[in-house]
Design a protein around this ligand. Structure first.
Ligand code: ZN
Ligand code: ZN
Length: 360
């Protein structure tokens, strides 16, 4: 992205800093650093003050940062990063430093306190995450591209999936197809749960052999240019008994209902409630054991949540998942998940994959 795109983000952060009564803001979270500067390294320290932006990096990353964000003051530190942060704060006569209480470890906070005794460290929450919820046009294009890449990889994998393969082989095949389709990696460890293992909502792929007749839950995502995709499909190898087909039809109904309620202004909790009530009509609510959805972007799980534990109202430009599941312990599991862009009057899906249960 062009450098000028980051200016408005820094400016907005500086406004949020002023509102939070902090003179400087410190983050070491790679997704936040990437969002604010374009720096894609996996380790570094970002200090934003009202007058400038400093990236404090070790020698592995300085050249990269100078290329990726030449408008940022890149400082190469030797020894400990806290010394560079302290020097900048002292030079700027800064006393109030905001930091992300959910991102920094206890040890790091202690080290900073020790290195800068005259600075008051102010715990903050959601300073950057709050900005990242609503994506700009460029980010939405990146999310669409990640979705297309994931669709392509899954379609290529599914043509090769057959009984006798292990879950690990299916995961490896899918991840290979992701790379071939242009992904830099996965957004999380690919979940392939077949037969009774499908009832483990987040059981990652194992060495279990997929049998003819198995119902298989595949939850997968690509990381393309830092933006994540998230999608789940459930497929069955071979004809299925009536109760499995029926349960899947009810699950699809519930997911459709959830999707139909997504729009700007909708209460995230009420969508979760509606889907739960729909499953309850069929006696399945107790088998849906997690929240309905979550935000996706530079991280696989970000704000907002679609669950019972939120008061959030959806906003246009957010990207959220809708992923009800039914998990019957010892038998099988099913989940269907789409990631969608919230719009003023509905949503735009980031995936076009079929939801047909039984593979041809
Ligand atoms: Zn997922
Ligand atoms: Zn998800």
């Amino acid at each position: 992205m062009e450098n000028e795109a980051y200016g408005p983000r820094i400016q907005k952060l500086q406004e949020r800093m002023a509102a939070a009564n902090v003179e400087a803001f410190f983050t070491l979270a790679p997704p936040s650093m990437r969002y604010l500067t374009g720096f894609t390294g996996e380790e570094g320290y970002l200090l934003v003050v009202q007058g400038g932006v400093h990236l404090i990096l070790d020698g592995r990353f300085t050249t990269q940062a100078q290329e990726e964000c030449p408008w940022v003051d890149v400082i190469e530190y030797t020894g400990h990063f806290t010394r560079s942060v302290a020097e900048l704060l002292v030079a700027g006569h800064t006393h109030w430093l905001g930091f992300e209480k959910e991102r920094i470890s206890f040890v790091q906070a202690e080290q900073m306190r020790t290195a800068m005794p005259s600075v008051v460290m102010v715990p903050t929450e959601g300073m950057v995450e709050g900005m990242r919820m609503v994506k700009d046009a460029h980010e939405l294009d990146m999310m669409r591209a990640a979705g297309r890449c994931a669709d392509k990889a899954f379609s290529a994998m599914i043509r090769q999936l057959k009984a006798g393969m292990t879950e690990n082989e299916v995961a490896a095949l899918l991840e290979y197809e992701m790379r071939k389709a242009g992904a830099q990696g996965t957004s999380f460890a690919t979940i392939v749960g077949s037969g009774a293992r499908g009832a483990l909502p987040h059981g990652i792929a194992s060495s279990k052999v997929i049998e003819h007749g198995d119902v298989v839950v595949i939850d997968f995502g690509v990381n393309e240019n830092g933006y994540m995709s998230d999608c789940t499909r459930t497929v069955a190898l071979g004809e299925q008994p009536a109760d499995v087909l029926e349960t899947y039809a009810w699950l699809l109904d519930a997911q459709q209902l959830g999707l139909s309620l997504i729009r700007a202004g909708a209460s995230a909790r009420s969508i979760d409630t509606a889907v739960r009530n729909k499953l309850k009509e069929h006696g399945l609510a107790q088998y849906f054991t997690h929240g309905l959805g979550h935000g996706v972007g530079l991280e696989i799980h970000e704000a907002p949540r679609l669950s019972q534990g939120t008061d959030a109202e959806l906003q246009a430009g957010e990207v959220v998942t809708c992923e009800p599941g039914v998990y019957l312990p010892g038998r099988y599991g099913m989940r269907v998940e789409d990631s969608v862009i919230v719009t003023a009057d509905g949503f735009e899906s980031l995936t076009q994959l079929s939801k047909e249960l039984v593979l041809p």
